[in-house]
Design a protein around this ligand. Structure first.
Ligand SMILES: Nc1ncnc2c1ncn2[C@@H]1O[C@H](COP(=O)(O)OP(=O)(O)OP(=O)(O)O)[C@@H](O)[C@H]1O
Ligand SMILES: [Mg+2]
Length: 309
């Protein structure tokens, strides 16, 4: 993996004495979409703010394209676009001016063709002469994205880009994020929506209490997601499973009153039919059957308790 961002043992204790990051290490690959999930106060915004050079780390270091985010602030910041969690823009400025001005802040020369392309891709072209206060909440959020893209960054941070955004617009944003990734931009987003991480991330990281408690390829997580359990309630409790069922991945639970079967529905579509036949042939009487799916939410809850992301 060629890392465009390399985070090494990053710690942050705010002036208040509160430690928001407790030693995070992570490499982010060029061209990937990484989704950071975590409950309120986990440290996601703090982490992003340090990479973007807005907050100073207490210790540890971050390299962006090989440059230190503290020492080489100008170089690293020029490579990064940030869509902040909070909406803070001049309400009386027009969309066109806001986005063009943002490009200038990064020392990039005027490029109206690029600004037009960005506004069109975010369905803001028709609104280019409107002032921000004339826009809906979802449109304002898209203006923030346009600002972040105004200087053609190689890395885009989206801090809860779809909070308070309707379902249709959320889907539009997902497709925009994928298009950006396909054009070579590396994307790091934070979200409270597990579905969002499942939908667009190449990799998912879970942050809790200032620590990165899990980071894994989405496909690997999906394999776990695909795992199902079948629970078979038995008429008579059993001490052990009949020998002829040895080939099945079964275990006994509830003091022998329940058989638990772990399976992957995609991998073996007719397994259930065969299992039921095998149970019948072994004289096992089943009174009830239920199934449950392991989801990213289960993984999330098992890692960090009941706190919702
Ligand atoms: N400037 C600050 N001074 C002191 N404490 C801060 C400051 N900024 C953030 N914190 C604390 O650091 C912790 C992490 O905050 P952060 O904003 O990084 O969380 P988050 O994961 O982005 O949460 P959310 O999902 O609510 O956006 C919180 O406990 C917060 O109160
Ligand atoms: Mg935050």
């Amino acid at each position: 993996m060629s890392a465009i961002i390399s985070i090494e043992n990053l710690q942050k204790t705010y002036a208040s004495g509160f430690t928001a990051l407790k030693g995070i290490s992570l490499d982010i690959a060029e061209g990937e979409i990484l989704a950071l999930l975590g409950p309120n106060g986990a440290g996601k915004t703090t982490l992003i703010s340090i990479i973007c050079g807005i907050v100073q780390p207490s210790s540890g270091k971050v390299l962006v394209s090989g440059h230190d985010v503290v020492r080489d602030f100008r170089q690293t910041r020029a490579l990064i676009g940030l869509v902040p969690q909070e909406l803070t823009t001049d309400q009386f400025e027009t969309v066109w001016n806001t986005v063009s001005y943002s490009r200038g802040l990064y020392g990039k020369g005027k490029n109206p063709a690029h600004i037009e392309k960005v506004l069109r891709s975010l369905s803001l072209w028709e609104k280019r002469d409107s002032t921000l206060r004339q826009l809906s909440g979802g449109m304002k959020r898209r203006v923030l994205i346009a600002k972040a893209l105004s200087h053609e960054p190689k890395i885009l941070f989206l801090d809860e880009p779809t909070a308070g955004v309707d379902v249709a617009l959320r889907r539009e944003m997902w497709s925009l994020v994928r298009d950006l990734r396909d054009s070579g931009v590396t994307i790091i987003l934070t979200t409270h929506y597990i579905e969002e991480a499942e939908e667009i991330a190449d990799r998912v990281g879970i942050v809790n209490g200032g620590e990165l408690v899990l980071v894994e390829e989405k496909t690997a997580l999906m394999r776990k997601l695909g795992a199902k359990q079948m629970l078979l309630e038995l008429a008579e409790p059993m001490k052990s499973l009949p020998g002829r069922l040895d080939d099945w991945k079964l275990s006994l639970a509830q003091e022998g009153r329940r058989i638990v079967y772990d399976y992957q529905p995609q991998a073996d579509p007719d397994a259930l039919t065969r299992l039921l036949a095998a149970l019948e042939a072994s004289g096992v009487q089943v009174t009830d059957i239920s199934t449950r799916q392991t989801s990213l939410e289960d993984i999330f809850v098992s890692l960090i308790g009941d706190a919702k992301p």
